[in-house]
Design a protein around this ligand. Structure first.
Ligand SMILES: O=P(O)(O)OC[C@H]1O[C@H](O[C@H]2O[C@H](CO)[C@@H](O)[C@H](O)[C@H]2O)[C@H](O)[C@@H](O)[C@@H]1O
Length: 371
């Protein structure tokens, strides 16, 4: 990430980003200039998809590329002056997806871990009595519990909403206890067939969901075509008999109950906590349910910050974007610094100035990074 690169205008940048899939060539559109203090501080190169690496099959944007009106609806979070709203708020709800939002995408899911400094920052954010902080993930309970074992004030949501552990509790509530789970057997049977026939793929069995991962499949096996075949096959044989939905994640096909999704969890949290400020960051299709729930909520729109992380198109319900997990973490650092400095007026300029230049502790164990 070279922060000395600045483009002519943020609008041009955003339009170009929406209009073109990330390619090596688009990176050359950037123009090196002297910093212009009248323009917002640049984000990292928006064309760079962390997953768009040689050999990566994740080179297709998740959503469609351009709104018909040609209008850009998602803006860089740096333009939001979030501190003006965060500072004075008394009840702040902060929601973070895990993979691709807090942790960089890596080839082995067990290696997507956060550094100690990041844990401290999340802990500081969640201990703040004004804040209620949740990680809302598709991961299972075991992973989240292990990763956040020292962060007692943090709320955890596993398997897209099937399980919730509220702050300071050690007990998980099971949201799908009352549902028929017999659908899992035929889904697993089908996914195992694909696991056997597509080398490098594997099935991730969770309590209330099943996922077929294909990130590490060699291109000669046409993994995206295989994923499409699996989805069709699951749709034909299973989802017509059970209220099960099959979603497309980042190099993963996942099946779960239709009624279990991140949006429902967000609705529950809004009802219970009644926040006057919400920050919600996610990178994936399943996070759209959260953004949509917030779009529909009664919270004052100016106090709701839905943030899509990384490459995306215009079909997102998010209003803001950040280019990568590192910038999400930097924003968390900034919110903590604002609280520490007592900047409840939210003027925040010195904090914002440092946001895109200072260094943060390592986000993940770097050995497994694929970029
Ligand atoms: O809701 P999330 O926290 O974003 O979890 C969604 C899935 O994330 C994990 O898979 C993704 O991240 C892996 C590690 O970077 C990557 O290797 C994989 O290709 C991605 O799909 C996780 O393994 C799944 O269980 C989650 O459902």
């Amino acid at each position: 990430m070279n922060l000395m690169y600045k483009e002519k205008s943020v609008k041009t940048r955003a339009l170009a980003w929406h209009a073109q899939p990330p390619t090596q060539d688009t990176k050359q559109v950037h123009i090196k200039e002297d910093p212009d203090p009248s323009l917002p501080t640049p984000l990292a190169e928006p064309y760079f998809d962390p997953e768009d690496t040689p050999g990566s099959i994740h080179d297709i944007p998740l959503y469609s590329s351009m709104p018909s009106s040609g209008e850009v609806i998602v803006r860089p979070l740096e333009d939001a002056n979030i501190l003006r709203f965060y500072g004075p708020a008394a009840k702040r709800l902060l929601l973070f997806d895990y993979d691709g939002t807090l942790a960089d995408i890596v080839s082995n899911p067990t290696q997507a871990l956060l550094g100690a400094g990041v844990h401290e920052a999340i802990s500081e954010l969640s201990i703040n009595p004004k804040n209620r902080v949740y990680i809302i993930s598709g991961r299972d309970r075991k992973f989240l519990q292990g990763e956040f074992c020292h962060t007692t004030h943090l709320g955890l949501v596993a398997e897209h909403g099937a399980f919730i552990r509220v702050p300071t509790s050690t007990e998980w509530q099971n949201k799908c206890q009352k549902y028929d789970m017999t659908w899992k057997d035929p889904v697993e049977f089908k996914m195992r067939e694909f696991e056997r026939s597509v080398p490098g793929s594997f099935v991730d069995e969770k309590t209330a969901a099943l996922a077929w991962h294909f990130r590490n499949v060699d291109g000669i096996y046409a993994p995206r075509d295989q994923a499409a075949k699996l989805k069709t096959s699951l749709a034909e044989t299973i989802t017509s008999n059970w209220p099960v939905t099959v979603t497309d994640g980042k190099c993963v096909v996942e099946a779960r109950l239709e009624c279990i999704h991140k949006g429902q969890i967000v609705r529950d949290l809004l009802r219970d906590f009644e926040p006057d400020f919400v920050l919600c960051a996610g990178d994936d299709l399943t996070d759209e349910d959260m953004f949509q729930a917030l779009d529909d909520s009664d919270v004052l729109k100016s106090n709701v910050f839905t943030v899509i992380v990384g490459s995306h198109g215009s079909d997102t319900h998010a209003r803001w974007y950040l280019p990568n997990p590192e910038m999400v973490i930097r924003n968390i650092f900034m919110l903590n610094r604002a609280d520490r400095s007592g900047d409840i007026e939210g003027k925040g300029e010195p904090l914002l100035n440092g946001l895109y230049s200072g260094s943060t502790p390592p986000l993940v164990h770097r050995t497994d990074l694929i970029r």
